[in-house]
Write a protein of this length. Structure first.
Length: 435
């Protein structure tokens, strides 16, 4: 580590094949302030194209063309069009994924579908939804509520105990691919195959995966490796803006069965109807994945999301998700090594796995008492990460715009925060509404 200098990091940036993609993001103001943005795993930055595109929708499509734009500008099919673009990032096919609602709402829909399939195919003894104890809370809240509505139960286990927890009472395995706190990543194909071997269905939350790590919902080519359901959000690595719409995917075999049986999802809204502008009083679900659409699409938000997704698709010309993953691991390797070298002795413990196969695109450090004020002091020095209770300092590494010198400078400032003890100042302990 003694040989690693900032100049070496700058040289790595100069040789980085993904470096041109940083120009797709409006980071000029942050750069001018000397800020380092390591929170794209919570909210991606603004793509340069977004402002102009949203203005075009406001001024031309809405302001000038008014309601005609549902047809002339293709607003009515935005959910499917953007869905097909996201599908390219998560190993899904055209027409299999749509953008709609929020991750929480979409999770409720697919859990209802999974429980219906499980109830039809399995004995009454198979009524358990298995999830990870440290899964994101909204997933657990939604699952617990949905389970109680339908006579199922939710069982929470530690990640290491998943193999033994999936058994003949398991109806559904519901997991977030990359843990929001630790960055630990599940082996999607292996977990899916294990669940299928036990007779269970699998629901994946891709909130910290889509646009961050390679994902193949269609499986790895081995029997039983294709997922059943997936949801994910648009405002993290997809750079769709605050509160951007989410997405939902269902395996085509399941949607084909739903078509044959006329199955309807529990939020059977008008735009998920087979013929919404027929305005009939009886509900007939749309074909395939379109039945999971509910209400009118939020056009302005979708316009912004499409720009964000396009920034990720721009990486296809530079090596695609394989190149993104390679740089992501190099960035997190560098961060963890520098923290070990520069920040030892201050009570910080890395909780993100060392093994590449088990690591997402973030690095998390735990501190028993000072996590929150340490992060606030670091933010005051211009390094933007975040805190997750009870003890996690969280740093996201987004290869399209994060540089190796950013990692060097971030750890240098973290070391200054620790060495000076400034994080103990009372002002850094004041909790904001958003941490």
């Amino acid at each position: 580590m003694d040989e690693l200098t900032r100049a070496i990091c700058a040289a790595r940036d100069a040789a980085d094949p993904l470096a041109p993609l940083r120009a797709h993001f409006d980071l000029d103001a942050a750069d001018a302030r000397g800020e380092i943005y390591l929170d794209g795993n919570s909210l991606g930055p603004l793509p340069r194209a977004t402002g102009e595109r949203v203005w075009q929708v406001l001024h031309d499509e809405w302001g000038r063309d008014l309601i005609r734009s549902w047809n002339t500008a293709g607003w009515i099919t935005l959910s499917q069009r953007i869905g097909d673009k996201i599908a390219r990032l998560v190993g899904a096919g055209p027409g299999e994924l749509v953008v709609a609602d929020s991750t929480s709402v979409n999770l409720y829909k697919v859990l209802a579908a999974a429980m219906s399939l499980a109830a039809a195919a399995a004995p009454a003894t198979r009524r358990t939804i298995v999830s990870e104890r440290t899964n994101f809370p909204t997933d657990l809240y939604i699952a617990d509520t949905a389970a109680k509505e339908r006579g199922f139960s939710l069982a929470l286990v530690d990640a290491d105990d998943l193999p033994t927890a999936i058994n003949d009472t398991t109806a559904i395995v519901m997991l977030t691919h990359v843990n929001y706190r630790t960055g630990r990543m599940h082996d999607m194909a292996a977990v899916t195959k294990a669940a299928h071997a036990a007779g269970a269905l699998v629901v994946w939350d891709l909130a910290h995966s889509a646009g961050a790590v390679p994902v193949s919902l269609s499986g790895d080519g081995t029997p039983g490796s294709a997922a059943d359901f997936a949801v994910g959000c648009g405002y993290k690595y997809l750079n769709g803006g605050p509160g951007a719409p989410a997405f939902v995917w269902v395996h085509p075999a399941h949607t084909a069965r739903m078509d044959a049986e006329g199955w309807r999802q529990p939020l059977a809204g008008w735009l998920g109807h087979a013929a919404p502008f027929a305005f009939t009083t009886d509900y007939q679900p749309g074909a395939g994945i379109t039945r999971f659409i509910c209400g009118t699409p939020p056009v302005l938000s979708l316009a912004a999301l499409e720009c964000g997704v396009n920034t990720m698709l721009a990486a296809e010309s530079f090596g695609g998700m394989a190149a993104v993953r390679q740089k992501s691991l190099a960035l997190t390797d560098l961060f963890l090594a520098l923290v070990a070298f520069r920040c030892a002795g201050y009570g910080l413990t890395p909780v993100t796995p060392d093994e590449h196969a088990r690591r997402g695109s973030q690095a998390s450090l735990a501190h028993p008492t000072g996590g929150y004020p340490m992060m606030q002091a670091l933010i005051a020095r211009g390094v933007i990460g975040d805190f997750r209770a009870p003890d996690i300092l969280r740093f996201g590494f987004t290869p399209l715009y994060t540089r190796y010198v950013d990692v060097w400078d971030a750890v240098d400032r973290l070391a200054q925060v620790l060495e000076s003890g400034e994080w103990r100042e009372a002002r850094f302990a004041v909790r904001a509404a958003v941490t």
